[in-house]
Design a binder for this molecule. Structure first.
Ligand SMILES: [Zn+2]
Ligand SMILES: [Zn+2]
Ligand SMILES: [Zn+2]
Length: 554
Protein backbone atom coordinates (compact mmCIF):
# COMPACT_ATOMS: atom_id res chain seq x y z
CA UNK A 1 0.00 0.00 0.00
CA UNK A 2 1.31 3.38 -0.93
CA UNK A 3 1.20 5.95 1.86
CA UNK A 4 0.16 9.38 0.71
CA UNK A 5 0.72 12.50 2.79
CA UNK A 6 -2.53 14.07 3.90
CA UNK A 7 -1.10 17.52 3.33
CA UNK A 8 0.16 18.02 -0.20
CA UNK A 9 1.60 21.52 0.12
CA UNK A 10 5.32 21.73 0.75
CA UNK A 11 5.01 25.03 2.56
CA UNK A 12 3.17 25.19 5.92
CA UNK A 13 0.09 27.35 5.91
CA UNK A 14 -0.78 28.66 9.40
CA UNK A 15 -4.46 28.89 8.46
CA UNK A 16 -4.54 25.08 8.72
CA UNK A 17 -3.96 25.53 12.43
CA UNK A 18 -7.17 27.50 12.69
CA UNK A 19 -9.15 24.59 11.23
CA UNK A 20 -7.47 22.26 13.69
CA UNK A 21 -8.28 24.54 16.62
CA UNK A 22 -11.93 24.55 15.56
CA UNK A 23 -11.96 20.77 15.46
CA UNK A 24 -10.45 20.56 18.95
CA UNK A 25 -13.03 22.96 20.33
CA UNK A 26 -15.84 20.78 18.99
CA UNK A 27 -14.30 17.65 20.48
CA UNK A 28 -13.84 19.33 23.83
CA UNK A 29 -17.44 20.47 24.13
CA UNK A 30 -18.48 16.80 24.21
CA UNK A 31 -16.25 16.01 27.22
CA UNK A 32 -18.04 15.04 30.45
CA UNK A 33 -17.32 16.99 33.65
CA UNK A 34 -16.83 13.90 35.83
CA UNK A 35 -14.56 12.17 33.35
CA UNK A 36 -11.94 12.01 36.12
CA UNK A 37 -13.78 9.28 38.01
CA UNK A 38 -12.22 5.91 37.41
CA UNK A 39 -8.97 7.40 36.11
CA UNK A 40 -5.67 8.40 37.65
CA UNK A 41 -5.78 12.15 38.17
CA UNK A 42 -2.84 14.42 37.37
CA UNK A 43 -3.05 18.12 38.18
CA UNK A 44 -0.78 20.87 36.93
CA UNK A 45 -0.59 23.91 39.20
CA UNK A 46 -0.25 26.17 36.16
CA UNK A 47 1.38 29.50 36.98
CA UNK A 48 -1.41 32.06 36.81
CA UNK A 49 0.38 34.71 34.75
CA UNK A 50 0.10 38.29 35.85
CA UNK A 51 -2.20 40.01 33.40
CA UNK A 52 -0.05 43.01 32.57
CA UNK A 53 0.87 42.73 28.91
CA UNK A 54 1.48 40.38 26.02
CA UNK A 55 3.90 37.49 26.34
CA UNK A 56 7.09 37.46 24.37
CA UNK A 57 8.28 34.18 22.92
CA UNK A 58 9.97 33.24 26.22
CA UNK A 59 6.70 33.41 28.15
CA UNK A 60 4.91 31.55 25.38
CA UNK A 61 7.57 28.81 25.40
CA UNK A 62 7.10 28.37 29.14
CA UNK A 63 3.40 27.62 28.69
CA UNK A 64 3.99 25.50 25.58
CA UNK A 65 6.22 23.24 27.70
CA UNK A 66 3.54 22.93 30.36
CA UNK A 67 1.07 21.98 27.63
CA UNK A 68 3.50 19.34 26.41
CA UNK A 69 3.62 17.73 29.85
CA UNK A 70 -0.18 17.77 30.05
CA UNK A 71 -0.46 16.04 26.68
CA UNK A 72 2.11 13.42 27.65
CA UNK A 73 0.15 12.38 30.73
CA UNK A 74 -3.11 12.45 28.78
CA UNK A 75 -1.66 10.02 26.26
CA UNK A 76 -0.59 7.82 29.17
CA UNK A 77 -4.24 7.53 30.19
CA UNK A 78 -4.38 10.03 33.04
CA UNK A 79 -7.18 12.48 33.59
CA UNK A 80 -5.14 15.68 33.34
CA UNK A 81 -6.29 18.97 34.76
CA UNK A 82 -4.24 21.89 33.46
CA UNK A 83 -6.23 25.01 34.31
CA UNK A 84 -5.46 28.47 33.05
CA UNK A 85 -6.53 31.52 35.01
CA UNK A 86 -4.91 34.87 35.54
CA UNK A 87 -3.20 36.34 38.56
CA UNK A 88 -4.77 39.75 38.81
CA UNK A 89 -3.98 41.00 42.30
CA UNK A 90 -1.21 43.37 43.15
CA UNK A 91 0.63 46.55 42.61
CA UNK A 92 1.66 46.50 38.91
CA UNK A 93 -1.85 47.21 37.65
CA UNK A 94 -2.25 50.00 40.20
CA UNK A 95 0.95 51.61 38.98
CA UNK A 96 -0.23 51.22 35.37
CA UNK A 97 -3.57 52.87 36.12
CA UNK A 98 -1.88 55.66 38.08
CA UNK A 99 0.37 56.38 35.09
CA UNK A 100 -2.33 56.08 32.41
CA UNK A 101 -4.77 58.42 34.17
CA UNK A 102 -2.24 60.63 35.95
CA UNK A 103 -3.71 59.91 39.39
CA UNK A 104 -2.32 59.00 42.79
CA UNK A 105 -4.05 55.94 44.21
CA UNK A 106 -3.58 56.98 47.84
CA UNK A 107 -5.52 60.20 47.20
CA UNK A 108 -7.93 58.92 44.56
CA UNK A 109 -8.98 55.87 46.59
CA UNK A 110 -9.14 57.59 49.97
CA UNK A 111 -12.97 57.48 49.97
CA UNK A 112 -15.06 54.31 49.38
CA UNK A 113 -16.49 55.99 46.27
CA UNK A 114 -13.03 56.76 44.88
CA UNK A 115 -11.76 53.33 45.85
CA UNK A 116 -14.58 51.66 43.91
CA UNK A 117 -13.77 53.78 40.85
CA UNK A 118 -10.07 53.04 41.11
CA UNK A 119 -10.70 49.28 41.38
CA UNK A 120 -12.91 49.43 38.28
CA UNK A 121 -10.16 51.15 36.27
CA UNK A 122 -7.77 48.38 37.35
CA UNK A 123 -10.27 45.68 36.44
CA UNK A 124 -10.80 47.10 32.93
CA UNK A 125 -7.08 47.15 32.34
CA UNK A 126 -6.68 43.57 33.58
CA UNK A 127 -9.55 42.30 31.41
CA UNK A 128 -7.85 43.59 28.28
CA UNK A 129 -4.47 42.15 29.24
CA UNK A 130 -5.98 38.77 30.15
CA UNK A 131 -7.83 38.54 26.82
CA UNK A 132 -4.49 39.00 25.03
CA UNK A 133 -2.89 36.14 26.95
CA UNK A 134 -5.78 33.76 26.35
CA UNK A 135 -5.78 34.55 22.64
CA UNK A 136 -2.06 33.80 22.44
CA UNK A 137 -2.10 30.39 24.14
CA UNK A 138 -5.22 29.34 22.26
CA UNK A 139 -3.58 30.30 19.00
CA UNK A 140 -0.46 28.35 19.98
CA UNK A 141 -2.63 25.28 20.38
CA UNK A 142 -2.23 24.90 24.15
CA UNK A 143 -4.93 22.75 25.63
CA UNK A 144 -5.58 24.44 28.97
CA UNK A 145 -8.93 24.55 30.71
CA UNK A 146 -9.74 28.25 30.82
CA UNK A 147 -11.09 29.44 34.16
CA UNK A 148 -12.53 32.93 34.01
CA UNK A 149 -12.33 33.20 37.79
CA UNK A 150 -8.85 34.61 38.38
CA UNK A 151 -7.20 35.38 41.71
CA UNK A 152 -9.36 38.51 42.09
CA UNK A 153 -12.70 36.74 41.57
CA UNK A 154 -15.10 36.54 44.52
CA UNK A 155 -14.70 32.76 44.25
CA UNK A 156 -10.91 32.79 44.67
CA UNK A 157 -10.95 35.59 47.22
CA UNK A 158 -13.51 33.74 49.33
CA UNK A 159 -11.00 30.89 49.63
CA UNK A 160 -8.08 33.23 50.37
CA UNK A 161 -10.12 34.89 53.11
CA UNK A 162 -11.27 31.54 54.52
CA UNK A 163 -7.64 30.45 54.87
CA UNK A 164 -6.85 33.69 56.71
CA UNK A 165 -9.81 33.29 59.07
CA UNK A 166 -8.80 29.75 59.89
CA UNK A 167 -5.13 30.52 60.51
CA UNK A 168 -6.04 33.61 62.52
CA UNK A 169 -8.27 31.53 64.78
CA UNK A 170 -5.54 28.93 65.16
CA UNK A 171 -3.11 31.62 66.28
CA UNK A 172 -0.83 31.38 63.25
CA UNK A 173 -1.54 35.00 62.33
CA UNK A 174 -0.93 37.83 64.77
CA UNK A 175 -0.70 41.60 64.71
CA UNK A 176 2.42 43.32 65.98
CA UNK A 177 4.23 46.61 65.73
CA UNK A 178 7.81 46.11 64.70
CA UNK A 179 10.46 47.46 62.35
CA UNK A 180 9.78 46.35 58.78
CA UNK A 181 11.35 47.00 55.40
CA UNK A 182 9.36 49.70 53.66
CA UNK A 183 9.23 50.99 50.09
CA UNK A 184 8.61 54.75 50.28
CA UNK A 185 7.51 54.90 46.63
CA UNK A 186 5.00 52.06 46.78
CA UNK A 187 4.02 53.13 50.31
CA UNK A 188 3.98 49.57 51.56
CA UNK A 189 5.74 47.05 53.77
CA UNK A 190 7.76 44.39 51.98
CA UNK A 191 8.37 40.80 52.99
CA UNK A 192 11.95 39.52 52.96
CA UNK A 193 11.16 37.71 49.71
CA UNK A 194 10.39 41.03 48.03
CA UNK A 195 13.72 42.64 48.85
CA UNK A 196 16.36 42.76 46.15
CA UNK A 197 19.94 43.91 46.50
CA UNK A 198 21.40 46.39 44.04
CA UNK A 199 25.04 47.33 43.67
CA UNK A 200 25.36 51.08 43.99
CA UNK A 201 28.13 53.66 44.01
CA UNK A 202 27.93 55.87 47.06
CA UNK A 203 30.20 57.87 49.29
CA UNK A 204 31.60 56.63 52.55
CA UNK A 205 31.77 59.68 54.82
CA UNK A 206 34.37 59.90 57.59
CA UNK A 207 32.73 61.98 60.29
CA UNK A 208 34.16 63.50 63.50
CA UNK A 209 32.50 62.72 66.83
CA UNK A 210 33.98 64.75 69.71
CA UNK A 211 34.34 62.91 73.00
CA UNK A 212 32.07 64.35 75.71
CA UNK A 213 34.74 64.47 78.40
CA UNK A 214 37.75 65.67 76.39
CA UNK A 215 38.72 67.59 73.27
CA UNK A 216 39.74 64.42 71.42
CA UNK A 217 37.54 63.16 68.68
CA UNK A 218 36.73 59.85 67.01
CA UNK A 219 36.33 59.31 63.28
CA UNK A 220 33.33 57.21 62.30
CA UNK A 221 32.71 56.06 58.72
CA UNK A 222 29.14 55.87 57.40
CA UNK A 223 27.30 55.76 54.07
CA UNK A 224 24.26 57.33 55.71
CA UNK A 225 25.25 60.54 57.54
CA UNK A 226 21.60 61.70 57.38
CA UNK A 227 20.96 59.18 60.15
CA UNK A 228 23.24 61.03 62.62
CA UNK A 229 20.19 62.58 64.35
CA UNK A 230 19.00 59.02 65.10
CA UNK A 231 22.43 57.80 66.22
CA UNK A 232 22.28 56.45 69.77
CA UNK A 233 25.60 54.66 70.08
CA UNK A 234 29.00 54.08 68.55
CA UNK A 235 30.28 50.53 68.66
CA UNK A 236 33.64 48.87 68.07
CA UNK A 237 34.86 45.32 68.17
CA UNK A 238 36.21 44.28 71.61
CA UNK A 239 39.20 42.76 69.77
CA UNK A 240 40.08 46.16 68.25
CA UNK A 241 43.08 47.41 70.26
CA UNK A 242 42.78 50.92 68.76
CA UNK A 243 39.76 51.69 70.89
CA UNK A 244 40.54 49.79 74.08
CA UNK A 245 39.00 51.40 77.15
CA UNK A 246 36.57 53.64 75.26
CA UNK A 247 33.50 51.61 76.18
CA UNK A 248 31.21 53.43 78.57
CA UNK A 249 32.42 56.90 77.60
CA UNK A 250 30.26 59.29 75.62
CA UNK A 251 30.61 61.21 72.38
CA UNK A 252 28.73 64.18 70.92
CA UNK A 253 26.81 63.73 67.66
CA UNK A 254 28.20 66.25 65.14
CA UNK A 255 25.80 69.06 64.11
CA UNK A 256 23.01 67.65 66.29
CA UNK A 257 24.75 67.83 69.66
CA UNK A 258 23.15 64.91 71.52
CA UNK A 259 25.23 62.46 73.53
CA UNK A 260 25.80 58.94 72.25
CA UNK A 261 27.23 56.04 74.25
CA UNK A 262 30.33 54.15 73.14
CA UNK A 263 30.01 50.38 73.42
CA UNK A 264 31.78 47.19 72.44
CA UNK A 265 30.10 44.70 70.15
CA UNK A 266 31.57 41.57 68.55
CA UNK A 267 29.49 42.06 65.36
CA UNK A 268 31.49 45.12 64.27
CA UNK A 269 33.70 44.63 61.21
CA UNK A 270 37.14 45.96 62.23
CA UNK A 271 38.15 46.36 58.58
CA UNK A 272 35.25 48.58 57.55
CA UNK A 273 35.98 52.31 57.69
CA UNK A 274 37.76 53.11 60.94
CA UNK A 275 36.36 50.17 62.87
CA UNK A 276 33.87 52.46 64.62
CA UNK A 277 30.23 52.08 63.60
CA UNK A 278 27.21 54.30 64.15
CA UNK A 279 24.16 52.56 65.57
CA UNK A 280 21.10 54.46 64.36
CA UNK A 281 17.39 53.77 64.85
CA UNK A 282 16.09 51.87 61.85
CA UNK A 283 19.33 52.23 59.85
CA UNK A 284 19.47 48.59 58.83
CA UNK A 285 18.65 45.17 60.28
CA UNK A 286 21.89 45.18 62.31
CA UNK A 287 20.95 48.49 63.86
CA UNK A 288 17.49 47.22 64.75
CA UNK A 289 19.02 44.17 66.40
CA UNK A 290 21.61 46.24 68.29
CA UNK A 291 18.97 48.66 69.53
CA UNK A 292 17.00 45.74 70.92
CA UNK A 293 20.08 44.04 72.37
CA UNK A 294 21.55 47.18 73.93
CA UNK A 295 18.19 48.44 75.19
CA UNK A 296 18.43 51.74 73.29
CA UNK A 297 15.37 53.87 72.65
CA UNK A 298 14.62 54.24 68.92
CA UNK A 299 13.75 57.57 67.33
CA UNK A 300 11.72 57.89 64.10
CA UNK A 301 13.47 60.28 61.71
CA UNK A 302 12.26 58.92 58.35
CA UNK A 303 8.53 58.83 57.62
CA UNK A 304 6.46 56.59 55.36
CA UNK A 305 7.13 58.72 52.29
CA UNK A 306 10.89 58.48 52.83
CA UNK A 307 11.00 62.08 54.09
CA UNK A 308 12.89 63.25 57.20
CA UNK A 309 10.62 63.98 60.17
CA UNK A 310 10.76 66.91 62.61
CA UNK A 311 12.95 64.69 64.84
CA UNK A 312 15.68 65.16 62.22
CA UNK A 313 16.29 68.82 63.12
CA UNK A 314 17.37 70.97 60.18
CA UNK A 315 16.91 68.01 57.81
CA UNK A 316 13.14 67.90 58.46
CA UNK A 317 11.08 67.81 55.27
CA UNK A 318 13.88 66.60 52.99
CA UNK A 319 13.72 63.28 51.15
CA UNK A 320 16.39 60.87 52.41
CA UNK A 321 18.79 61.26 49.47
CA UNK A 322 18.67 65.07 49.62
CA UNK A 323 19.11 65.00 53.38
CA UNK A 324 22.28 62.99 52.85
CA UNK A 325 23.75 65.65 50.54
CA UNK A 326 22.64 68.45 52.83
CA UNK A 327 24.14 66.95 55.97
CA UNK A 328 27.39 66.20 54.13
CA UNK A 329 27.65 69.85 53.09
CA UNK A 330 27.02 71.03 56.65
CA UNK A 331 29.60 68.61 58.05
CA UNK A 332 32.13 69.88 55.55
CA UNK A 333 31.35 73.54 56.24
CA UNK A 334 31.83 72.95 59.98
CA UNK A 335 35.07 71.04 59.62
CA UNK A 336 33.44 67.83 60.83
CA UNK A 337 34.02 65.83 57.67
CA UNK A 338 37.51 64.30 57.56
CA UNK A 339 37.12 62.93 54.05
CA UNK A 340 34.78 61.01 51.80
CA UNK A 341 35.58 58.16 49.47
CA UNK A 342 33.71 56.37 46.69
CA UNK A 343 32.52 52.89 47.54
CA UNK A 344 30.49 50.28 45.75
CA UNK A 345 28.13 48.51 48.11
CA UNK A 346 24.84 46.65 48.11
CA UNK A 347 21.64 48.46 48.96
CA UNK A 348 18.29 46.78 49.64
CA UNK A 349 15.74 47.91 47.04
CA UNK A 350 12.09 47.25 46.23
CA UNK A 351 11.77 44.33 43.79
CA UNK A 352 9.06 46.14 41.86
CA UNK A 353 10.33 49.69 41.54
CA UNK A 354 14.02 49.45 42.64
CA UNK A 355 13.64 52.30 45.15
CA UNK A 356 16.08 51.97 48.10
CA UNK A 357 14.18 50.69 51.12
CA UNK A 358 13.86 52.24 54.55
CA UNK A 359 13.12 50.55 57.83
CA UNK A 360 10.13 51.94 59.64
CA UNK A 361 8.05 50.85 62.58
CA UNK A 362 4.68 49.52 61.46
CA UNK A 363 1.75 47.66 62.89
CA UNK A 364 1.20 44.76 60.50
CA UNK A 365 -0.35 41.32 60.44
CA UNK A 366 2.22 38.53 60.42
CA UNK A 367 1.92 34.89 59.42
CA UNK A 368 4.16 32.63 61.47
CA UNK A 369 6.87 31.08 59.31
CA UNK A 370 9.96 30.84 61.53
CA UNK A 371 8.39 27.93 63.45
CA UNK A 372 8.01 25.96 60.20
CA UNK A 373 11.50 26.08 58.74
CA UNK A 374 12.65 22.63 59.84
CA UNK A 375 9.37 20.92 59.02
CA UNK A 376 9.35 22.46 55.53
CA UNK A 377 12.87 21.28 54.83
CA UNK A 378 11.82 17.73 55.72
CA UNK A 379 8.82 18.06 53.45
CA UNK A 380 10.95 19.27 50.56
CA UNK A 381 13.04 16.12 50.76
CA UNK A 382 9.96 14.14 49.65
CA UNK A 383 9.42 16.25 46.49
CA UNK A 384 11.05 15.46 43.16
CA UNK A 385 12.82 18.47 41.65
CA UNK A 386 13.73 18.90 38.00
CA UNK A 387 16.46 19.99 37.61
CA UNK A 388 17.61 18.73 40.99
CA UNK A 389 19.93 21.66 41.81
CA UNK A 390 17.03 24.05 42.37
CA UNK A 391 16.16 22.22 45.59
CA UNK A 392 19.29 23.76 47.12
CA UNK A 393 18.14 27.29 46.24
CA UNK A 394 14.89 26.72 48.06
CA UNK A 395 16.60 25.30 51.14
CA UNK A 396 19.12 28.16 51.23
CA UNK A 397 16.25 30.61 51.07
CA UNK A 398 14.44 28.93 53.95
CA UNK A 399 17.65 29.02 56.01
CA UNK A 400 17.98 32.77 55.42
CA UNK A 401 14.51 33.74 56.63
CA UNK A 402 14.77 35.76 59.83
CA UNK A 403 11.30 37.10 60.58
CA UNK A 404 7.66 36.12 60.26
CA UNK A 405 5.88 37.10 57.06
CA UNK A 406 4.16 40.50 57.07
CA UNK A 407 1.01 39.85 55.01
CA UNK A 408 -0.88 43.16 55.25
CA UNK A 409 -0.43 45.84 52.58
CA UNK A 410 -1.63 49.43 52.34
CA UNK A 411 -2.84 49.03 48.79
CA UNK A 412 -6.14 48.51 46.98
CA UNK A 413 -6.20 45.97 44.18
CA UNK A 414 -5.84 42.90 46.36
CA UNK A 415 -7.93 40.58 48.48
CA UNK A 416 -9.36 42.47 51.42
CA UNK A 417 -8.29 41.32 54.88
CA UNK A 418 -11.52 40.05 56.46
CA UNK A 419 -11.13 41.76 59.81
CA UNK A 420 -12.94 44.25 62.00
CA UNK A 421 -11.49 46.06 64.98
CA UNK A 422 -13.43 47.04 68.09
CA UNK A 423 -12.36 50.57 68.96
CA UNK A 424 -13.74 50.14 72.48
CA UNK A 425 -11.96 46.98 73.68
CA UNK A 426 -9.36 46.66 70.92
CA UNK A 427 -10.43 43.15 69.90
CA UNK A 428 -9.63 41.93 66.37
CA UNK A 429 -12.69 40.18 64.99
CA UNK A 430 -12.81 37.74 62.09
CA UNK A 431 -16.14 36.77 60.48
CA UNK A 432 -17.39 33.30 59.54
CA UNK A 433 -15.63 31.94 56.43
CA UNK A 434 -17.61 31.08 53.31
CA UNK A 435 -18.21 34.35 51.54
CA UNK A 436 -16.23 37.27 50.14
CA UNK A 437 -15.87 40.16 52.61
CA UNK A 438 -15.03 43.78 51.84
CA UNK A 439 -14.68 45.38 55.28
CA UNK A 440 -13.78 48.83 53.87
CA UNK A 441 -17.26 49.24 52.41
CA UNK A 442 -19.59 46.81 54.15
CA UNK A 443 -21.36 46.75 57.50
CA UNK A 444 -19.77 44.61 60.22
CA UNK A 445 -21.41 41.17 60.37
CA UNK A 446 -22.18 41.54 64.11
CA UNK A 447 -24.83 43.68 65.78
CA UNK A 448 -22.43 44.43 68.65
CA UNK A 449 -18.86 43.57 69.65
CA UNK A 450 -18.86 39.84 70.49
CA UNK A 451 -16.11 40.46 73.05
CA UNK A 452 -17.20 43.55 75.02
CA UNK A 453 -20.74 44.12 73.76
CA UNK A 454 -20.00 47.62 72.43
CA UNK A 455 -22.55 48.73 69.82
CA UNK A 456 -21.89 48.24 66.11
CA UNK A 457 -20.62 51.81 65.62
CA UNK A 458 -17.46 50.84 67.50
CA UNK A 459 -16.57 48.15 64.96
CA UNK A 460 -14.27 49.47 62.23
CA UNK A 461 -13.56 47.53 59.03
CA UNK A 462 -9.98 46.80 57.98
CA UNK A 463 -8.86 48.82 54.96
CA UNK A 464 -5.74 46.91 54.03
CA UNK A 465 -5.37 44.06 51.56
CA UNK A 466 -3.14 40.98 51.51
CA UNK A 467 0.33 40.66 50.08
CA UNK A 468 -0.38 39.12 46.65
CA UNK A 469 1.69 36.07 47.50
CA UNK A 470 -0.83 35.32 50.24
CA UNK A 471 -3.34 34.80 47.40
CA UNK A 472 -1.20 33.10 44.82
CA UNK A 473 0.27 30.71 47.39
CA UNK A 474 -3.02 28.79 47.52
CA UNK A 475 -3.11 28.21 43.74
CA UNK A 476 -2.51 24.49 44.31
CA UNK A 477 -5.56 24.31 46.57
CA UNK A 478 -7.62 26.19 43.99
CA UNK A 479 -6.53 23.91 41.14
CA UNK A 480 -7.29 20.76 43.15
CA UNK A 481 -10.66 22.22 44.28
CA UNK A 482 -9.70 21.78 47.95
CA UNK A 483 -12.42 24.09 49.26
CA UNK A 484 -15.07 23.06 46.76
CA UNK A 485 -14.87 19.36 45.91
CA UNK A 486 -13.32 17.21 48.66
CA UNK A 487 -13.64 14.05 46.60
CA UNK A 488 -11.68 15.45 43.68
CA UNK A 489 -9.14 17.02 46.04
CA UNK A 490 -8.61 13.67 47.76
CA UNK A 491 -7.88 12.01 44.48
CA UNK A 492 -5.78 14.80 42.96
CA UNK A 493 -3.72 16.21 45.81
CA UNK A 494 -1.02 13.53 45.76
CA UNK A 495 -0.31 13.97 42.04
CA UNK A 496 0.36 17.65 41.58
CA UNK A 497 3.10 19.15 39.43
CA UNK A 498 4.33 22.69 39.93
CA UNK A 499 6.00 24.11 36.80
CA UNK A 500 7.48 27.54 37.37
CA UNK A 501 10.26 30.00 36.66
CA UNK A 502 13.43 30.08 38.73
CA UNK A 503 12.88 33.75 39.58
CA UNK A 504 10.02 32.98 41.95
CA UNK A 505 11.44 30.09 43.98
CA UNK A 506 11.65 32.13 47.18
CA UNK A 507 8.20 33.61 46.69
CA UNK A 508 5.63 31.50 44.89
CA UNK A 509 7.22 28.10 45.52
CA UNK A 510 8.25 28.73 49.12
CA UNK A 511 5.00 30.42 50.13
CA UNK A 512 2.88 27.68 48.55
CA UNK A 513 4.74 24.95 50.43
CA UNK A 514 4.36 26.91 53.67
CA UNK A 515 0.67 27.71 53.25
CA UNK A 516 -0.40 24.29 52.00
CA UNK A 517 1.45 22.64 54.86
CA UNK A 518 -0.18 24.94 57.41
CA UNK A 519 -3.62 24.23 55.96
CA UNK A 520 -3.41 20.53 55.11
CA UNK A 521 -0.34 19.16 56.90
CA UNK A 522 0.96 17.80 53.58
CA UNK A 523 3.48 18.70 50.89
CA UNK A 524 1.85 20.74 48.12
CA UNK A 525 3.60 18.92 45.29
CA UNK A 526 4.90 15.61 44.12
CA UNK A 527 6.99 17.24 41.38
CA UNK A 528 8.49 20.69 40.95
CA UNK A 529 9.81 21.61 37.53
CA UNK A 530 11.86 24.80 37.30
CA UNK A 531 12.57 26.63 34.06
CA UNK A 532 14.94 29.48 33.32
CA UNK A 533 14.07 32.79 31.73
CA UNK A 534 13.59 33.27 27.98
CA UNK A 535 16.50 35.47 26.88
CA UNK A 536 17.64 37.01 23.62
CA UNK A 537 20.74 35.70 21.75
CA UNK A 538 22.95 38.06 23.79
CA UNK A 539 21.63 36.68 27.06
CA UNK A 540 19.54 39.74 27.86
CA UNK A 541 15.90 39.60 28.99
CA UNK A 542 13.46 40.52 26.24
CA UNK A 543 12.13 43.96 26.81
CA UNK A 544 10.31 46.55 24.75
CA UNK A 545 12.92 49.17 25.62
CA UNK A 546 15.71 46.92 24.29
CA UNK A 547 13.83 46.30 21.03
CA UNK A 548 14.56 42.55 21.24
CA UNK A 549 11.07 41.17 21.81
CA UNK A 550 10.04 38.24 19.63
CA UNK A 551 6.29 37.98 19.19
CA UNK A 552 4.99 34.40 19.55
CA UNK A 553 1.94 34.98 17.34
CA UNK A 554 2.15 33.99 13.66
ZN1 LIG B 1 8.51 50.01 45.45
ZN1 LIG C 1 24.73 49.77 60.72
ZN1 LIG D 1 -15.18 45.25 71.93
Amino acid sequence: MELKPRIEETRWDPSKELELLKLWDEEKSSAKPDEWRGKEVFVIDTPPPYASGKWHVGGAAHYAQIDMIARYFRLKGYYVLAPFYADRNGLPVEVQVEKTYGINAKEFASTPEGRRKFLQLCRDFLDRAEADLVRIWRRMGCDFEYWKDGTDSPRYRTITQATFIRLFREGLIYEAERPVRWCPRCGTTLAEAEIEYDERDDYLYYVKYKLADSDDYLVVATTRPELIPACAAIVYNPKDSRYKGLAGRKAIAPLFGHEVVILEHPSVDMNFGTGLEMVCSYGDEDDVRLFRELGLKPKVIVDERGVMTSEAGFLAGLPVEEARKRVAEELERNGLLVRKERIRHTVPVCWRCKTPLQIINRRELFLRQLDYKDRLKELISTIKFAPEFHRRKLIDWIDSISMDWPISRDRYYGTEIPLWRCTKCGALLVPEPGRYYRPWEEEPPWSSCPVCGAPKEYLVGERRVFDTWFDSSISMLYATRWAEDPEFYQKASGNVLRPQGEDIIRTWLYYTLLRVYQLTGRPAFRWVRITGMGLDPKGRPMHKSLGNVIDPEP
